[in-house]
Ligand binder design. Structure first.
Ligand SMILES: [Zn+2]
Ligand SMILES: [Zn+2]
Length: 190
């Protein structure tokens, strides 16, 4: 699977180079590594930034807080989730290119710069790069049955042993009425 990823990644690089974005230009972009990751069933991929270019430092205000940011990083580590690899190749490519855009200076978020590149690439190469993917849609397009994880309304935890229970419906005085089925401890609702 790793080999398949590298192959598709290389195809992406070539296609992007043809429309004027050279991800192998280390002085502009920095170095990029790409690998598979088993860690998330939810996210498609991630681009971890390392080695910031200190000359591109800026301060961003978040309410009262000030956060130090960098427009450019010299090292990027892209991880593609293994579950993505079973989908259609164009969806895999969308995912790879999405993470590649994050390697471009000022694109380490889903702001205007990111969106501009995404739009340009979508227009030129016919991709469908979005800021967030839709797992259900992408499974459908790939003819793979998608099973949505069961979600429950209430998460109940035992204050004593820590056991977690899930319920969709609970009665009014649930906390007063019921105790932990394991240790008889008191419960709390989250
Ligand atoms: Zn992203
Ligand atoms: Zn308990």
């Amino acid at each position: 699977m790793e080999e398949q990823l590298q192959k598709i990644y290389f195809k992406c690089l070539q296609e992007l180079k043809q429309i004027g974005i050279d991800f192998q230009d280390e002085t502009k972009i920095g170095t990029i590594e790409i690998a598979l990751s088993n860690r998330s069933q939810k996210r498609y991929g991630v681009c971890k930034q390392e080695d910031p270019d200190v000359t591109t430092r800026y301060v961003e205000k978040r309410g009262r807080k000030k956060v130090i940011k960098y427009a450019k990083y010299k090292k990027h580590k892209i991880e593609i989730s293994t579950w993505v690899m079973q989908l259609n190749e164009d969806i895999i490519k969308n995912t790879i290119i999405h993470e590649l855009i994050h390697c471009i200076p000022n694109c380490n978020n889903h702001g205007n710069d990111f969106k501009q590149y995404a739009r340009y690439i979508n227009d030129k190469l016919g991709y469908n790069i979005k800021t967030v993917g839709n797992k259900k849609d992408d499974y459908g397009k790939s003819n793979i049955e998608y099973q949505e994880k069961l979600t429950y309304k209430y998460k109940i935890q035992c204050k004593n042993c820590g056991q977690i229970f899930y319920r969709n419906r609970i009665c009014k005085n649930f906390i007063q009425k019921y105790r932990c089925a394991i240790c008889n401890g008191k419960l709390s609702i989250e």
